[in-house]
Design a protein around this ligand. Structure first.
Ligand code: FE
Ligand code: ZN
Ligand code: FE
Length: 196
């Protein structure tokens, strides 16, 4: 029977997972930037793409410091998040709603990465790889900042623009029952009030 794996093996596994995740994201982020309508959102994705390339380099540095071959191991988690993002991009949403959805997908990815790097930092500390702790912390800080930037963009206008588009759409819908009769229009607006 093979020898039982140690925390060092688990740490290497997680590093390979993170390496693969970052590589997947370097392919997904340009598509998200392209799908964004807000210039600020597009710039945020492009900036984070640059950072992500640097994060790949940091992981390579860590493998080298540990005298380990640089290699990835397919990250199913980020693949799933990217897959969901792709489905959303295929939807026929208005521009602001699409931007809100791109932010939602981006933040799922950031939070997944924040969880992964949090664990990696804790394990690197426990194993005494302090150079790795430092490099991983730089990346974690970038992920957190990217997440906060997306929150700021969502709350700084994109969500509201998307919500205003709902209102415009609703006003158009309301014109139809008006032709049927006053009664049906009244019941429509009543049910809308009740939903609020
Ligand atoms: Fe990353
Ligand atoms: Zn993963
Ligand atoms: Fe990220």
């Amino acid at each position: 029977m093979a020898e039982a794996g140690t925390l060092r093996d688990a740490f290497l596994d997680e590093l390979r997972d993170a390496y693969d995740a970052e590589k997947q994201l370097t392919k997904a982020l340009p598509k998200m930037a392209k799908a964004a309508s807000s210039p600020k959102l597009r710039a945020a994705f492009e900036e984070h793409l640059e950072e992500t390339r640097g994060q790949v380099d940091r992981l390579e540095q860590i493998f080298q410091n540990l005298d380990e071959k640089v290699r990835g191991k397919h990250c199913d988690g980020i693949a799933g998040i990217i897959e969901e993002g792709k489905s959303v991009m295929e939807e026929d949403f208005d521009e602001a709603t699409m931007d809100a959805c791109l932010i939602a997908g981006g933040q799922r990815a950031e939070h997944y990465e924040m969880a992964a790097y949090g664990t990696l930092i804790a394990w690197a500390k426990a194993l005494g790889h302090m150079d790795a702790v430092d490099l991983l912390q730089q990346t974690l800080d970038e992920e957190k900042t990217a997440d906060e930037k997306l929150t700021a963009l969502a709350e700084g206008g994109i969500n509201q623009r998307a919500a205003d588009a709902v209102e415009a759409d609703t006003e158009m819908d309301e014109e139809e029952p008006a032709a049927v009769g006053v009664g049906s229009k009244r019941s429509t607006s009543k049910s809308k009030t009740a939903r609020r």
